[in-house]
Design a protein around this ligand. Structure first.
Ligand SMILES: *Cc1c(COP(=O)(O)O)cnc(C)c1O
Length: 452
């Protein structure tokens, strides 16, 4: 009964897998926020290095991972794949549950898989500072770690509600040498505008993105970096799924169900795209791919599949995606990393095409699942991760009813060691299951720009 399935360092993937190569038709291009014409590389070069712009649009099936990046990956990759024997026993399920443990990275989540290559390409392009945003603080800490490795400065705009809820994430950023500012801030025009309207706003990822993009666009030595949503971020995260496929093959297994939580969609993309590719080319037509989102920010389950801005102020290109509207401010909940109004365009397209599907859960039921998982497997997961845990447990319980011995794989994206105040709220009965009334969601959807 093997519990940990490990690979050698030599088996760290040498290439990222690009699912764009296997889509039946190309993605709808991002559009310029004012002209609504497709954006070209020149439009993006003010805030991104050329190599990342190339990776954003390439339809090559594989993209080489630089050896210097693989060298840094050795600090924590390949990450272990666990067979959750104890959880299976606790649930009395005939299903086999596997989880990929990404919490082994120095920052404690999967986000270093993209912060490291992003910092690397920016350093190569001669950039001196990165401006970025962070929701729950995981991306900010992952980027601070990566910029430190390549001697870049780093400014992180952190969503205010998380800044107060999770002060230790800010301290991590300080340890690694970055500057962390609560957003909205008075440092940018977009931050000032939001504060003028609502001085007590909890902030939102869309607002923090506006601030970081504005900062990068107005300083020539500074680029912007995004921790999710974009195609190159999803591409970088495929190291997760590629390793999983190898690890499962080593025990003669292939998943029936692949599960990830969905904020902007990058970890879900990372674990699932290699399997989605197998599905698209007809190799494994039946693999079920499930994204789990919070009921308080239900972009895939209640949003529209349409063009919308990536940020609150409307600075970013318009992307075709599932969205709740760019000015939708999700209630402040504990899974701060899932509080985003939109989703990765590729994940959105695959959900729209029926290659993937999505479900939404409330925070009290996901914390319940996280507790079940911690009491069986030991790991105390991040509130974001607990959505995937809940998805996997529900799939396993469905198998108990039907007697099916499905192989369930889920992405265990990070530890919750800095999220104990959220667990405190769970134990003291202070967790509220926020859900906006459909009327408010409809109003936000009504404010999405109409693109012909
Ligand atoms: C950021 C984060 C997520 C959600 O982001 P995605 O881009 O949707 O993957 C999930 N889990 C953890 C631990 C995170 O830090």
């Amino acid at each position: 009964m093997q519990t940990k399935i490990l690979l050698d360092e030599e088996q760290i993937p040498k290439k990222w897998y690009n699912v764009q190569a296997d889509l039946p038709s190309p993605l709808d291009p991002p559009l310029h926020p004012q002209t609504h014409k497709p954006v070209g590389p020149a439009d993006l070069s003010a805030i991104f290095p050329m190599e990342l712009i190339r990776q954003e649009v390439t339809t090559d099936r594989y993209v080489d991972i630089p050896e210097e990046v693989r060298e840094v990956f050795r600090l924590y990759r390949p990450s272990p794949l666990y067979r959750a024997h104890r959880l299976e026993k606790a649930l009395k399920t005939p299903a086999k549950i596997y989880y990929k443990w990404e919490g082994v990275s120095p920052a404690g989540s999967h986000k270093t898989n993209t912060s490291i290559p992003q910092a690397y390409y920016n350093m190569k392009a001669g950039i001196e500072r990165i401006a970025t945003e962070t929701g729950a603080g995981q991306w900010g800490s992952a980027m601070s770690f990566a910029t430190m490795l390549y001697d870049l400065e780093c400014t992180v705009y952190m969503v205010r509600s998380s800044y107060t809820q999770k002060p230790y994430r800010k301290s991590m950023m300080q340890v690694w040498g970055a500057e962390c500012i609560p957003s909205p801030s008075t440092k940018t025009k977009s931050g000032q505008a939001v504060l003028a309207k609502d001085p007590d706003t909890p902030g939102a990822l869309g607002i923090a993105i506006s601030e970081a993009v504005e900062d990068a666009a107005s300083h020539s030595n500074t680029n912007y970096a995004l921790g999710s949503v974009l195609n190159h971020v999803c591409l970088h995260q495929t190291v997760i799924g590629l390793e999983c496929r190898e690890q499962l093959a080593s025990v003669d297994a292939y998943p029936d169900v692949v599960i990830g939580c969905v904020g902007g969609g990058s970890n879900f993309a990372g674990i699932s795209f290699p399997f989605a590719g197998d599905k698209l080319v007809g190799k494994h037509k039946d693999v079920d791919i499930l994204g789990v989102e919070p009921a308080s920010c239900p972009s895939l389950t209640k949003g529209l599949y349409t063009y919308d801005f990536g940020d609150e102020a409307g600075y970013t290109p318009l992307m075709k995606m599932f969205t709740l509207g760019h000015d939708f401010v999700p209630p402040s909940m504990h899974a701060g990393g899932l509080r985003y109004h939109g989703d990765s365009p590729i994940v959105s397209r695959l959900v729209h095409d029926g290659v993937m599907r999505a479900v939404a859960y409330h925070q009290s039921e996901v914390f319940e699942a996280a507790q079940t998982f911690a009491r069986a497997e030991g790991i105390i997961v991040a509130p974001e991760t607990s959505h995937a845990v809940k998805g996997a447990i529900d799939e396993a319980l469905a198998c108990k009813k039907t007697g099916e011995e499905k192989t369930i794989l889920f992405n265990c994206t990070g530890h919750g060691n800095f999220d104990m105040s959220a667990y405190d709220a769970f134990y003291s009965g202070n967790l509220v299951d926020y859900e906006y009334p459909d009327r408010l969601i409809k109003e936000a959807l009504g404010r999405i720009p109409k693109i012909a």
